[in-house]
Design a protein around this ligand. Structure first.
Ligand code: F6R
Length: 612
């Protein structure tokens, strides 16, 4: 979603901010803008469209100035156009704001400002906030920092903010509530951004602001305080990834790179956690809450989108290996339903970004109700990672493509390790079975590598369906969530309508959709459902549907029935999701490229959904 970049130091701010905004493009946006203080004067450029459009706007002009803020906007209030793009400048030109989040009471504030003579250029809550800060600054005769705090004490909603006051041109202000903001600490210079990606090439020292904190950056130092004006000592953390890891590394798209990274990302999730010699699983991040997990009556898994699908795989894993009752919930539903949660429950939140607004709100609610809350997150230091009682980092590395791929497989590996560790402690899994699964997990990177080697064939299969308008995905057991994930991948990047179903549900409705134009992607590996799924394939063929089957290597039976087969290596059925999802990721990727879709930044989507 929206992204913020800020800079104060001795270098020219404009190119640093432009590059930072490009780094944030993956979050999804529809307009961009930059404000710099250039020779004491405010210089503002913003437009609907891409960061490259913004660059074109100033082609041939030299923009100096070593303090500035920039923004990529994903429209919530007001359509995406030049006026609604950020930064927003207050009516008298004193306050300049970039904002992530939503100011919920902006209409009330807007009305009171109108009564005081303010007029508005656009429709955004952010413009109202800029005017509100200015109004306080001018009428209460306080410093810009004080005006920001007075305003934020009255604001209801979520914000990550970068602010400039033109009367105080050597200060850069930031503030956060519910929407992340980090400060990169350099030598006599500071960087501000909504995540670490624009900062990593300049410094690895990062300070995450907490909710209701305001930071004042000057070339001489950093001062953090809360909205009650109490000083806060900054906690400096180290960025754990390198600048190289956020480049495309020779691939045409981030998504393709990330799909191909899965052998490594899976190994990274397991590294240091599975010790082959002793057949042990060490999950340091949750060791303190292990007794709670072992005695839990129930685990409630809460997540959104792809992370929710990983959670569904987790349900099968925890029930099978740990014999614990599991419920999987969409965070957006769970948080508003007043669910029954007790201190005996464990709530497990899963999030790649660690910033998804609904998941974060669900986490907070579960904590308030006394549950132990555990996280599985990819982004180190993210809000969800910091607010949970304990957790596991997936260590999949930065995921830049909007469509989640390697994060999913790493989440499933993390869930598998958890289920096995808990099952072992609860005495619910036999030693031989446990050892089998440990070996299976350790072989996964190599097996995924083998699936990736079949990419040319997968591309050819994809070509046959590039013009499809609808698609159905079928799977059973562990592969049902994979069917949901395959359908989500296709619709989000290729804009083809797709639905995932448990294969046996087909007869209860979706079969009516089948005709000779309908591709049906069937997860049909040799597991306990094999014969039943073969029947489903026959039912589709009897109605002239097109079948693409993901099968176990060497399967000749389905090859005779299906239009195309894609083989994956044989593996334990509990580990199959990590293998079977890979061809589906590749199919979506190739179809989207063939349809000339913007694979890494699909329309209307945001990588990190920081508003509900
Ligand atoms: C799909 C996708 C989204 C995210 C969802 C949750 O490819 O990326 O559905 O999975 O927005 O995001 P996180 O995992 O960051 O909480």
């Amino acid at each position: 979603m929206c992204g913020i970049v800020g800079y104060i130091g001795d270098r020219t701010a404009w190119p640093i901010i432009i590059k930072g905004l490009q780094r944030l493009e993956y979050r999804g946006y529809d307009s961009a803008g930059i404000a710099v203080i250039d020779e004491g004067k405010l210089r503002l450029n913003k437009c609907r469209g891409r960061v490259s459009d913004l660059q074109n706007q100033v082609k041939g002009q030299s923009i100096s100035g070593s303090l500035g803020i920039g923004h990529t906007r994903w429209a919530t209030h007001g359509e995406p156009n030049d006026i609604n793009a950020h930064p927003h400048v207050s009516m008298n030109g004193k306050i300049v704001v970039v904002h992530n989040g939503i100011i919920e009471n902006y209409r009330t504030i807007r009305k009171s400002l109108q009564d005081a003579g303010y007029t508005f250029k656009g429709e955004t809550d952010t413009e109202v906030l800029a005017d509100f800060i200015e109004y306080i600054y001018m009428t209460q005769h306080v410093s810009a920092e004080q005006a920001i705090k007075v305003a934020l004490n009255k604001v209801i909603g979520a914000y990550g903010l970068g602010i400039i006051c033109t009367d105080e041109p050597d200060k850069l202000f930031g503030a956060r509530k519910g929407s992340p903001l980090a400060v990169g600490v350099g030598q006599g210079e500071y960087f501000m951004a909504s995540d670490a990606t624009p900062i990593v090439e300049y410094t690895d020292k990062l300070v995450y602001l907490e909710d209701e904190q305001v930071v004042v950056l000057t070339r001489q130092g950093m001062e953090i305080s809360d909205l009650k004006d109490v000083h806060v000592d900054p906690v400096i953390t180290k960025i754990e990834f390198s600048a190289d890891s956020i480049d495309k590394g020779g691939y045409e798209h981030f998504m393709l790179k990330e799909i191909h990274e899965q052998p490594n990302s899976l190994a990274d999730t397991m590294r240091g956690r599975i010790v082959e010699q002793t057949q042990s699983i060490n999950l340091g991040g949750i060791s303190e809450v292990m007794p709670k997990l072992v005695s839990a009556n129930r685990i409630i898994i809460v997540a959104c989108g792809t992370s929710y699908h990983a959670g569904l795989v987790g349900e099968y894993l925890f029930e099978q290996f740990a014999r614990i009752n599991v419920e999987v919930e969409y965070a957006s539903e769970f948080r508003y339903r007043d669910p029954i949660i007790s201190e005996e429950d464990v709530v497990l939140v899963i999030s790649q970004s660690g910033e998804t607004a609904d998941t974060l709100a669900a986490l907070r609610m579960a904590k308030e109700k006394g549950a132990t809350v555990i996280g599985i997150c990819n982004v180190v230091g993210s809000s969800i990672a910091r607010e949970t009682h304990a957790g596991i980092y997936t260590h999949a590395g930065p995921e830049i493509g909007v469509a989640s791929t390697k994060a999913f497989t790493s989440q499933v590996v993390a869930l598998t390790m958890m289920a096995l560790a808990i099952g072992r402690k609860r005495g619910k899994i036999e030693d031989a079975r446990y050892s089998e699964l440990i070996s299976g997990l350790l072989q996964l990177p190599e097996l995924v590598e083998r699936v990736l080697k079949g990419d040319e064939h997968i591309k050819e299969v994809s070509r046959a369906y590039q013009l499809a308008q609808n698609a159905i995905y079928l799977g059973r057991g562990y592969l049902f969530p994979v069917a949901l994930e395959g359908a989500l991948k296709l619709k989000e990047i290729s804009y083809i309508h797709a639905e995932g179903y448990p294969a046996a549900e087909m007869k209860h409705g979706p079969i009516a959709l089948i005709d000779n134009c309908m591709p049906v992607f069937v997860l049909a590996t040799r597991d306990k459902y094999y014969d039943k799924v073969v029947n489903n394939i026959q039912e589709v063929k009897a109605r002239k549907g097109q079948v693409v089957a993901i099968v176990t290597e060497g399967d000749t039976e389905i090859a005779r029935l299906a239009d195309y087969v894609i083989e994956i290596p044989e593996c334990d059925e509990a580990l199959l999701p990590m293998l079977a999802v890979v061809p589906l990721q590749l199919i979506s990727y190739h179809i989207a490229v063939m349809r000339r879709c913007d694979v890494d930044q699909p329309r209307n989507l945001a990588k990190s959904v920081t508003v509900e």
